[in-house]
Every structure is written in C-alpha cells, then in structure tokens.
Design a protein around this ligand. Structure first.
Ligand SMILES: C[S@@+](CC[C@H](N)C(=O)[O-])C[C@H]1O[C@@H](n2cnc3c(N)ncnc32)[C@H](O)[C@@H]1O
Length: 295
C-alpha cells in the first residue's frame, strides 16, 4: 500500500493543526477558514439533531483528530475518550484540552487496535469523517467491528461519512479517501452487529460540484474561457484571461461564498428532508445485543 495513513495525518496535523481551530487539518485540507466553518456548522447541525449529549455520558471519539468533537462533548459534561492513529493530532488535541481545562482521555491508537478493556463501555461511539479515510478494506471491516464492540450493549454508534447511494458519478481519486456506498457501509455494520436506527443527510449538494457549474458558467460569460473542472484550473483560466492573481482569487472566493450562502438552506433543511439524495450523511446504529458476529 503506497498510502501511509499515519505519515499523512501527522503531516496534515503539523501543517495545519495548530492554526485557528485546526479545521484545515481535519476538514477540507488547506481550504479557507470560512469554507471549513461552513462544513463544521452543517455537521454540528446534523449531529445535534441526531443525539443529545448529557452530562456523565461516556463517549468514545474514534479518530478524534485535533479534538473538534471530543472537546465540545467534554464541555457539555460528557466523559470522553478520544483515539487517533496520528500522534501529532493527539498532541494538539491534548494541548487544546489543557488550554480549556478539560479532562479528556486522548490516546494514540488506530481504531482497529482499540484495547479490549474498553469494550462494552460507551453510551455513544462517534466517528466523524474517519472510516472514509481507512483505505484498506480489511482494516475498514475491523474498524467497523471495533466501533460496535466498544459500545455498551444498548449503546449507539454515530457516523458522519461521505456515503452516496451510488458511486457512478462520485469518484474520489485522492489517495487518502475511499468512497463506499451507503449499502456497503450498512452491510459492514450489520456484519459487525450494528443496526441502522436513524439517518440524516448532512449535505445535499457537493460544494465543489456546485461551484464548478456556477464558476464555469460565470467564466464563460465573463472571460470567454471554456471553464475548468478544478478550482486551480478555474484560477488559471482567470489568469490566462489577463486577470491578476489577487483579483482572480478575490473573484473566485466571492463567487464561492455566494454559492455557499445560496445553498445553506438546501444543505440544512433539504438535506434532512431528502436524505436519500444526500452525499454526506449521519448514520446512527444501535448495537444488537447478543450478536454472534461481534468477535
Ligand atoms: C478527516 S479527520 C476527522 C477528525 C475528527 N473526527 C473530526 O471530525 O474533526 C480524520 C481523522 O482520522 C484519523 N484516522 C485515520 N485513520 C485512522 C484509524 N485507522 N484509526 C484512528 N484514527 C484514524 C486521522 O488521523 C484524522 O485525525
């Protein structure tokens, strides 16, 4: 396997984890703060409509990154354990917890290797944007099993993942990401002893997809270019048309912000109502008691 997850996530943490909220390390890599803030707000909106965090609740944040969710839940009084494959992510998460005087049990540990002693001990296991980054199918299946095992017999497992219904039009070519369909994820959890009890769309449209359509249309009219499929290509088109780099970036960002603003109601409200069409979704599983597949 050419992709080394530990090395990759350590690098991302070192490059982007310490600035601001560290969202550039765990959301869209290196993207502007406002774009990541937008994604964060959509995910929060969906997560807090799916589960209620109560003081004293035992939560496992599997693939905790820089502690985006662990710290939030600890602030609400939950007793949180966070694990991550990357020691750099965990180092930053620990520093943030110390700054906020929060007590979170952060550990450097891949989900697949979670300790046996943690089994059956969490009211809620969350894993947000993590399984889609476990490229190896074998490790993915082990991780699904582990997440279910860690939950108490009546516990829940919450995922936020990029899980479209079909992969026909939605291919990822980036090495750190593996797209699996909703059916594939559901099957893996069923085999692991988890039953889907709730599901909610997080994003109805893909920001990039929209931006490309609008960006291309605007470019065709404004600068006579054919437009490009990638953000970098769009910027290059601007430059080729004689628009300076600063101006090009400003126009690019302006259009993108307008697109985001316009699609907010669709993302927030329609994504819930039209869950089958969403790309990103919250999936809530219940651990099935006495399941024979759990080991
Ligand atoms: C997209 S980030 C999301 C982080 C965090 N869940 C959040 O929502 O802010 C993915 C995280 O998963 C971690 N990760 C990737 N593979 C993992 C594995 N097998 N076990 C545990 N963590 C893993 C990465 O180090 C990274 O911090």
């Amino acid at each position: 396997l050419s992709f080394d997850p530990k090395e990759y996530w350590n690098r991302r943490a070192r490059e982007y984890g310490e600035a601001g909220q560290g969202w550039k390390a765990v959301c869209y890599i290196g993207d502007s703060d406002w774009a990541n803030k937008y994604l964060n707000s959509l995910q929060e909106w969906a997560v807090f409509r799916t589960v209620t965090i109560k003081p004293g609740m035992k939560i496992l944040d599997a693939g905790c990154g820089v502690g985006r969710w662990s710290l939030k839940f600890a602030q609400l009084g939950a007793s949180v354990t966070g694990c991550d494959i990357s020691e750099e992510m965990v180092r930053i998460a620990k520093e943030r917890a110390a700054e906020l005087s929060l007590n979170v049990d952060f550990r450097v540990q891949p989900i697949e290797e979670l300790n046996k002693e943690l089994e059956n001990s969490f009211d809620l296991v969350i894993s947000i944007g993590v399984l889609q980054h476990i490229v190896s199918q074998e490790k993915f299946l082990i991780a699904c099993r582990k997440l279910v095992q860690m939950a108490k017999p009546d516990g829940k497992i919450l995922l936020v993942e990029y899980v479209p219904r079909s992969l026909r039009t939605q291919h990822s070519t980036i090495p750190q990401m593996t797209c699996r369909t909703r059916k594939q994820v559901l099957e893996a959890f069923e085999r692991a002893g988890g039953e889907l009890v709730f599901e909610r769309g997080v994003r109805f449209m893909k920001i990039d997809l929209y931006w490309r359509y609008v960006g291309r249309a605007v470019l065709r009219n404004l600068v006579g270019s054919n437009g490009s499929r990638s953000s970098i290509g769009v910027l290059e088109d601007f430059r080729r048309a004689g628009v300076g780099p600063r101006m090009a970036t400003t126009v690019f960002n302006l259009i993108r912000r307008v697109v985001l603003m316009l699609q907010t109601p669709a993302d927030k409200y329609l994504a819930g109502a039209l869950t089958p069409l969403a790309f990103d979704r919250v999936l809530l599983f219940k651990k099935i008691d006495n399941c024979s597949f759990q080991r």
